[in-house]
Design a protein around this ligand. Structure first.
Ligand SMILES: Cc1cc2nc3c(=O)[nH]c(=O)nc-3n(C[C@H](O)[C@H](O)[C@H](O)COP(=O)(O)OP(=O)(O)OC[C@H]3O[C@@H](n4cnc5c(N)ncnc54)[C@H](O)[C@@H]3O)c2cc1C
Length: 491
């Protein structure tokens, strides 16, 4: 018979990815007790199968290409990438898929860890099937937080379910470089991994239903597209996929909607992700749906889940503010840095509510509200060239009813010409004409990601353009493009 252990904590956090770790940290700093429940590795997707390994696979290629494009340094580059050394460095950055370091951090921080799969059984109640064979019945005095991350969404393509294909997990943890690779998906993950594997020596075909990186201004995305093509990636845009099948030699054939077929050793499907909410027992609190599929959750600016019916929410016992969802699990923004930001706000809000210091909905921009999630989200595509963007695009701003103007320019300043031969870049500012503040900014080009935080500060701070005029970029840096953009705007 399985032993059952009953425990009570102030806060139960299900999922110990970057986001869950941060929520637990903040509530403990706020004087509460917290338990993290984790079914796999403490640190989650970002540390082991997403941000860290994908960037570790890309960085050596970017460094090599960077040297090749600077006369004087280029002559010293006499070899191509050492794939085995790149994979070894990637293994270092994933700690060889061992989580001891993060477990130590959890323990040192005063958070309790239970390894196992958690599910909600009622208001403030979580049952954990422990990896140690034990069963835990946990109850939360104040809050249960869902930080269970996301899962890949498989597209409805004939033959796919029967295939043993790669998701981003298998790609980022690959131990060898396949001779050839087909990437389905022209979003961030597909684009980054297509370039990483092309530079490591795979013959890569990327198939996208629409444009490459269609969520970004196409003047920026087309520089990334040119970068991929320069690396030999065969990019097929606006191309549907009809069927996939396995060949006798183990390779995969993808039949495209345009009648052509492509064949490769491996297939990577990177066509998007959805919040991982299945099997969490949300139906026990009125949030499940028919056929076991849980619809996306609705959360307020503190991460509090809305829409539980009173009978299941625990209302009447004390209050109905106990279930939170943060990070990828909240289903709105799937980025580590933004998830951690949300986690800080949620953790602080839980601690403040527990102490009676926060009632109702916090004001925008208070430390408890995830206000920046509303159109001030920075994000980077770590290809070479990079694409970095924050806030609203022109289209989004128009849709949201702003009186919008925009300026854009190729990046052509002393800093960019010193950076490398034939530096090609593009930058854009999106302006709210009524308030004369920035709504968004996009940069594309080698090493532009480090320009992004200045734009994030300007967007979040709603810095008036005539004050931004006094923020003088150092000479000769690529940031001088800020000056050119403001001049182009008319300042
Ligand atoms: C290929 C790729 C590259 C990416 N690169 C970047 C990047 O460069 N920068 C960036 O900001 N973002 C990047 N992202 C996105 C980033 O990885 C996610 O936004 C981030 O990992 C979300 O963190 P999280 O803590 O919400 O979820 P996760 O990291 O997914 O953690 C969730 C955890 O919950 C656990 N869990 C789930 N269900 C249960 C349960 N019932 N019981 C117990 N435990 C459970 C899981 O095992 C997991 O450890 C990338 C994503 C991909 C796929």
């Amino acid at each position: 018979m399985t032993a059952t252990i009953e425990r009570e904590f102030d806060v139960i956090v299900i999922g110990a990815g970057a986001v869950g770790e941060n929520v637990a940290d903040r509530v403990v700093q706020g004087g509460l007790t917290a338990v993290l429940v984790e079914a796999a590795l403490v640190g989650g997707e970002c540390s082991y199968w997403a941000c860290m390994p994908s960037k570790a696979l890309l960085r050596p290629g970017t460094a090599l290409h960077g040297a090749q494009t600077v006369p004087g340094a280029g002559e010293a580059v006499t070899r191509t990438l050492d794939a085995a050394a790149v994979l070894k460095r990637r293994d270092y950055f994933t700690s060889n898929w061992q989580d001891d370091g993060q477990v130590k951090w959890v323990e040192d921080t005063g958070i309790e860890l239970i390894r196992g799969r958690g599910r909600i059984t009622g208001p403030r109640a979580v049952e954990v099937t422990g990896l140690d064979g034990k069963s835990y019945l946990l109850s939360a005095r104040h809050a249960v937080v869902l930080s269970t991350g996301s899962a890949p969404t498989a597209p409805p393509i004939a033959g796919l379910a029967e295939l043993d294909y790669w998701t981003t997990r298998e790609a980022t943890s690959a131990q060898t470089v396949p001779g050839s690779l087909i990437v389905l998906g022209g979003g961030v993950a597909g684009t980054e991994l297509a370039q990483a594997f092309a530079r490591l020596g795979s013959a890569v075909t990327l198939v996208a239903r629409g444009e490459l990186l269609s969520m970004y201004p196409q003047d920026a995305a087309k520089l990334v597209l040119a970068g991929l093509r320069a690396d030999g990636v065969d990019v097929r845009l606006s191309t549907g996929t009809k069927r996939v099948s396995k060949n006798d030699d183990g390779s995969v054939t993808v039949d495209l909607a345009d009648g052509l077929s492509v064949r490769a050793e491996k297939l990577l499907v990177a066509t998007g992700r959805h919040a991982a909410l299945d099997g969490l027992g949300l139906e026990a609190v009125g949030l499940g749906a028919a056929e076991g599929k849980v619809p996306p959750l609705r959360t307020d600016t503190t991460g509090l889940v809305e829409g539980m019916d009173a009978g299941n929410s625990g209302a009447g016992e004390s209050n109905d503010q106990w279930l939170y969802a943060v990070g990828d699990a909240a289903g709105k923004v799937m980025l580590t840095h933004q998830g951690k930001y949300s986690a800080r706000a949620t953790g602080d809000a839980i601690a403040a509510r527990a102490k009676g210091e926060l009632t109702g909905t916090p004001a925008p921009w208070s430390r408890f509200a995830q206000t920046a999630n509303d159109h001030a989200i920075p994000n980077v595509v770590f290809t070479d060239p990079e694409l970095a963007s924050v806030g609203r695009s022109v289209e989004q701003a128009e849709k949201d009813g702003y009186n919008v103007s925009s300026v854009d320019l190729p990046i052509n300043v002393s800093g960019s010409s010193l950076h490398s031969e034939h530096y090609e870049g593009w930058a854009q500012l999106v302006v709210d004409e009524d308030r004369k503040v920035l709504l968004g900014a996009t940069f594309a080009g080698p090493d532009v990601s480090e320009l992004l935080h200045a734009a994030t500060i300007a967007v979040v701070g709603q810095v008036p353009l005539d004050r931004l005029w006094h923020a003088v970029p150092s000479y000769p840096t690529i940031s001088e493009v800020w000056l050119r953009l403001l001049e182009e705007y008319g300042l």
